[in-house]
Design a protein around this ligand. Structure first.
Ligand code: PMP
Ligand code: GLN
Length: 380
């Protein structure tokens, strides 16, 4: 049988590749982003309770109402932004499904979608499989700042969507208020949708404030905000997330969502609804992860790697240009096989695989693992 691939240039994601290599060589795995500690026992118990109480059949298509109400309350508390739980919030299979479904619901053949590189890897294939054209704007190490005048030169009536991600994976950079205002100005009077990937909204450091698109009225009216309970509550394997958007946009999203997954697993939604009602469960996260970032950086500060401290996310980028000139993919694989530490090479997220000689290390790990990893890094 012959068929032409819709995604001829797509292989297996770097996260699967590096995690498999780490497992094969028994390396410390700081590559794929997931915690190696348990999520709160209270939350796990709430899932068992929900299962034992009979929440084992389909959840409502847009998500459990109790969870959507808890999300609406959180958006109100944190950003003074109101979303109607009935019509403006949908629970999804992680942020990944939200992102895929948003793109499928709106992007048509030849529509242009602007993304900033290095970009998280699920955006571009979703654009392409729907016939859209990815317009990449390359940001540069070490600060990954956006030049909004450059963005304006790529923005036109063909721009169906702009995808932003703050705090940003993989660079650990964040958007400032000025960035959000520039985006608001650029898109005003246009039909451009903003997909604001905010999965790391609760992981932001040094007193910086998360700039949610919903805080800016001109952006909110055109934005989907995507979020991930996996990232927030240390259970990436549960794959539960959500998105928020004004009703006119959400109506279109749900037309696709109901045939894409219909609904998300019910007992975890019941548990998350109760757990989310306690703000400290997410408000403490920035401090928790900042301590881990600081531990990691204090331990590797005398290594041959250079760095700018991550401003958010649970990833730290380390520059290895003083160590070797080999390409970052080869270097990351060699470190996994020979030194027993796995990381993610950033070139795979860049335009034409631009290689800035930087690797991403995930510090969502126990302090013991961070210490063992740092000890290896100091020998490289
Ligand atoms: N966006 C970004 C920037 C991510 O890092 C991730 C990984 N958590 C996702 C989306 C997908 O999130 P989820 O695991 O909830 O699908
Ligand atoms: N978000 C995770 C990361 O950036 C990976 C998720 C995945 O494996 N697809 O490492």
């Amino acid at each position: 049988m012959k068929h032409q691939s819709k995604l001829p240039n797509v292989g297996t994601t770097i996260f699967s590749v590096m995690s498999a290599l780490a497992n094969k060589h028994n390396a410390i795995n700081l590559s794929q982003g997931f915690p190696n500690f348990k999520s709160d026992q209270k939350l796990i118990d709430l899932v068992s309770q929900a299962m034992n109480s009979g929440y084992n059949q389909y959840a409502p298509m847009p998500g459990s109402m109790e969870l959507r109400e808890a999300i609406a309350n959180k958006m109100d508390l944190l950003y003074q932004s109101s979303y109607n739980p009935n019509s403006e919030i949908t629970v999804t299979v992680g942020a990944t499904q939200a992102i895929y479904t948003i793109i499928s619901a709106f992007v048509r053949q030849n529509d242009e979608v602007i993304i900033f590189r290095p970009a998280y890897d699920c955006y571009e294939p979703a654009i392409e499989v729907n016939g859209g054209k990815t317009i990449s704007i390359q940001l540069n190490a070490p600060h990954y700042k956006v030049d909004w005048e450059e963005v304006a030169t790529h923005f036109s009536s063909k721009t169906k969507m702009i995808i932003i991600n703050t705090p940003q994976n993989p660079s650990g950079s964040v958007f400032s208020e000025a960035d959000m205002l520039a985006l608001q100005k650029l898109t005003e009077n246009s039909n451009c949708i903003v997909l604001s990937d905010e999965v790391y909204e609760h992981i932001i450091f040094d007193g910086l404030k998360h700039q949610s698109a919903c805080k800016y009225p001109g952006l909110k009216s055109r934005s989907f905000i995507t979020a991930s309970f996996g990232k927030t509550f240390h259970n990436t394997g549960w794959k539960v997330g959500y998105c928020c958007a004004p009703k006119v946009l959400m109506d279109e999203f749900r037309k696709v969502h109901q045939f894409n997954v219909f609904s998300v697993n019910h007992p975890t939604q019941k548990a998350l609804a109760i757990y989310l009602k306690e703000p400290n469960n997410y408000l403490e996260l920035s401090g928790f992860f900042q301590a881990k970032r600081d531990l990691f950086l204090s331990l590797v500060k005398d290594s041959r790697f250079n760095f700018e401290p991550a401003k958010g996310t649970y990833f730290q980028v380390l520059d290895f240009s003083k160590i070797t000139q080999e390409n970052d993919v080869d270097f990351a694989k060699r470190l996994t096989i020979d030194n027993g530490i796995a990381s993610i090479p950033l070139s795979v997220f860049n335009d034409n695989n631009k290689d800035d000689k930087v690797l991403r290390f995930c510090f969502a790990k126990t302090d013991d693992t961070i210490k063992q990893a740092a000890a290896i890094i100091n020998t490289i």
